[in-house]
Unconditional design. Structure first.
Lengths: 432, 318
């Protein structure tokens, strides 16, 4: 280990331990629990509402006894084409006769939501529906048409389809794009939550004057990098903790599935479809490179914030800086999402090359583009920028903060020197 | 290899238009204790910082431990900054080990040495106490240990004595001497002359941004004439007594105070013996470093005031 790396780790170790070994860290670590709890409570309530509403919904066909069987079998066949959430409401039959109530009366019956009622001959049925642009009425019309077509064509042998799933390269582009978008969002969220803290991390050393010990003992570059690394360690610990929680939670949930969660199983089935629709580079590579891009994003933005925060003189200034910093991050996020939704465009290329949005945009690219070598290039490019930002920050810090004096800020230096000149003039004119 | 641990030549630093350090050179022979003296705000700390490469000089350069750039020999240097600082949440032993680790010392070795040092300095009961629970002086001793725990070849201490009680000052002096005996070179700044006088092999005096004196303590004291305190046994006629003494002799109670050049000692003794007034008390001594220091600083200040007045006159006439 070179002295530089060793020094970096000494600083990183100190920072990491100083952050982790406090009760406040526990609060920090568990903070998302509040969010998850809220989301769960809200989501459960909402989905229960929706479930109860959907469970009681129905569509009604008032049909001749002769048509009922044909309609029933047509419904069974067509329904298979609408899995899960898109399935039409349950179909109920009423036998048409002189004492059959009016469709409007049926639609108004209490106890259940009736979305559409079909009556009259199948050739030109009367359909009463609740939503003009809903699918329930059209589904009933489709059923009627199907029955008529069956009759006209006679007994057609049922289609025996052979399903084959599209493999490699055939995954839906839209899905891949949304995977890319998801990657951008996750990386952004984590960076927003975690990297912003680096802005105040040098304030401690400046406040308690340890900075001079550090500056005398080790190169400032390794101090800056070490601090960044310490914060990254905290971030990774945070992520690992929540991944473990999610994994554990998933296991517990898997062993405790009961019949009441059939709906959830349906959702899981959908998630499985999404999972099967691989990102272009494949899941293992995608997740790996996504993590690396998170690290890069963290280091890049963290380095900028660290450098900016190092210039701040007071806690108040650091607080003021947090807004532009958040806006900067959101800007990078919007740029990258725009790029993620238009892969291959000039904007996407720009977002991939511009160093601060590059990790986000490149993670999105990994979802839609199966080229792998380019990621190595991107990581190198981003690492170069991390080094560059640190280098510039250190130069500014050395020139400004450490040189002491009153006018240490580059934007105040001109003012301070004129003040000194004015004071000198005043002093020299006194003896007169 | 040169015989100097510190060779700083013509260091200059501007803060805005103000010249904080003006062509200050320091040459510290290896293995000696060297004091940088000066009034507050003279530029001592800035000079030391530039010497150590913490800030870059605008002019001049600094070479340490035989011609190396300060940055390349960091692990062989120990530094106690003027503005003391430790992480308040760290335990004393950890803080010392941390400072050692920054200079390349192994953590476990650092912890071990920390305990040894603290025990020696009577701090064994706070080995595992957090810095924030310590008194300022204690924390300063911890930091001092931290800056020498890696057994550096060059130790730079900026105002090490300020803020310490007399007992701890004594311990610090002991520590400094012991480090010197181990073979280290010690460079420290102070404005308390007593320590410099007791400890230093050589001193430099910085005032108004410039080095005004460099040499041994004795050489500094020799800048001023000898001080004489004479009490005649026969207090008879003051005028007659004064006639035997150099002009400007002042009488305080029974004793006469005056200064003489080195060459005037024997003639003075001859005159006093011959005068017949007798000798109830006589002391001839070098002035203390304190007086030499004040003398030098006053001279510099006086010349500055004169310059300022001169400038003002020039300005007025122009």
């Amino acid at each position: 280990m070179t002295p530089f790396i060793r020094n970096m780790f000494v600083v990183a170790r100190r920072d990491f331990l100083a952050i982790v070994a406090t009760p406040t860290f526990l609060l920090f670590l568990l903070a998302p629990l509040f969010m998850v709890g809220m989301a769960l409570a809200g989501g459960m309530g909402a989905s229960q509402l929706a479930d109860s509403a959907r469970g009681k919904g129905r569509i009604v066909a008032i049909a001749d006894p002769a048509d009922v069987e044909a309609l029933r079998s047509a419904d069974a066949r067509l329904r298979a084409a609408f899995p899960g959430r898109d399935a039409p409401e349950a179909l109920e039959f009423r036998i048409a006769g002189p004492d059959t109530p009016d469709p409007l009366a049926i639609a108004g019956e209490k106890g259940t939501d009736t979305y559409a009622v079909m009556s009259g001959p199948l050739e030109n049925p009367r359909i009463v529906e609740r939503n003009a642009d809903g699918s329930s009425g059209r589904y009933l019309a489709l059923l009627a048409g199907q029955v008529l077509r069956d009759r006209a064509a006679g007994a057609v042998a049922p289609v025996k389809p052979r399903f084959e799933s599209l493999r490699h390269g055939g995954a839906s582009i839209a899905l891949q794009q949304s995977i890319g978008f998801g990657a951008v969002f996750v990386i952004f969220l984590l960076t927003l939550l975690l990297a912003g803290q680096t802005v105040s991390s040098l304030a401690e050393e400046k406040g308690n004057k340890v900075i001079e010990i550090l500056a005398a003992a080790v190169p400032l570059e390794s101090v800056f990098l070490g601090k960044l690394l310490g914060m990254l360690g905290v971030a990774v610990l945070f992520i690992a903790f929540w991944l473990a929680m999610a994994f554990g939670g998933g296991l517990v949930a898997a062993t405790q599935i009961d019949p009441a969660t059939i709906d959830a199983a349906g959702k899981a089935g959908k998630a499985a479809t999404a999972l099967a629709s691989m990102p272009a580079t494949g899941w293992p590579f995608f997740l790996g490179i996504g993590f690396l891009y998170f690290i890069m994003s963290f280091l890049l933005l963290g380095a900028v914030f660290l450098g900016v925060g190092a210039q701040a003189a007071t806690v108040r200034e650091i607080q003021m800086l947090s807004l532009p910093i958040t806006i900067f991050q959101v800007g990078m996020f919007s740029l990258s999402t725009a790029a993620a939704s238009a892969p291959g465009s000039g904007l996407a290329r720009f977002a991939q090359i511009f160093p601060f949005s590059s990790p986000l945009a490149m993670a999105a690219r990994a979802a839609t583009d199966d080229a792998k070598a380019v990621h190595l290039l991107a990581l190198g490019w981003q690492a170069l920028w991390v080094a560059l930002v640190i280098w510039i920050s250190v130069r500014l810090f050395r020139a400004g903060v450490l040189s002491g004096g009153s006018g240490w800020k580059f934007w105040r230096r001109a003012k301070a020197s004129t003040a000194v000149a004015a004071a000198a003039e005043a002093a020299s004119s006194q003896p007169r | 290899m040169s015989d100097f641990s510190v060779e700083a030549t013509r260091l200059t630093k501007y803060f805005g238009d103000y010249k904080a350090v003006d062509h200050v050179s320091l040459a510290v022979p290896a293995g000696c204790i060297y004091g940088v003296l000066g009034p507050n705000g003279a530029g001592k700390t800035t000079s030391l910082r530039m010497t150590l490469g913490i800030i870059d000089p605008d002019e001049g350069m600094s070479r340490l431990l035989g011609g190396h750039k300060p940055q390349s020999v960091r692990s062989r240097i120990g530094y106690l900054p003027e503005e003391r600082g430790l992480y308040p949440g760290m335990k004393a032993r950890e803080a010392i080990a941390f400072m050692g680790a920054l200079r390349g010392l192994d953590w476990s070795e650092g912890r071990r040495r920390a305990a040894t040092f603290m025990t020696e300095l009577g701090l064994e009961r706070v080995i595992d106490t957090k810095i924030r629970k310590m008194s300022k002086g204690m924390a300063q001793m911890i930091q001092l240990i931290g800056s020498i725990v890696h057994a550096p070849d060059l130790i730079v201490l900026d105002e090490p004595f300020s803020g310490l009680d007399p007992v701890n000052q004594e311990r610090l002096e002991m520590l400094v001497r012991r480090e010197r005996d181990r073979g280290a070179t010690i460079l420290f700044s102070t404005h308390v002359m007593a320590h410099a006088e007791r400890l230093c092999d050589r001193i430099a005096i910085i005032a108004r941004s410039q080095r005004r004196f460099e040499g041994t303590v004795d050489e500094a004291r020799a800048l001023l004439p000898m001080q004489v305190r004479y009490t005649p046994r026969d207090q008879g006629d003051p005028a007659a007594i004064a006639a035997n003494l150099p002009a400007g002799a002042e009488r305080h109670d029974d004793a006469w105070h005056f200064t003489i050049e080195d060459s005037d000692v024997e003639p003075l003794l001859a005159r006093i013996t011959a005068s017949g007034h007798g000798v109830a008390g006589l002391s001839i001594s070098r002035p203390a470093l304190h007086d030499a220091f004040v003398h030098i600083v006053r001279q510099v200040d006086a010349s500055f005031d004169a310059d300022a007045a001169g400038d003002a006159i020039e300005e007025a006439s122009a």
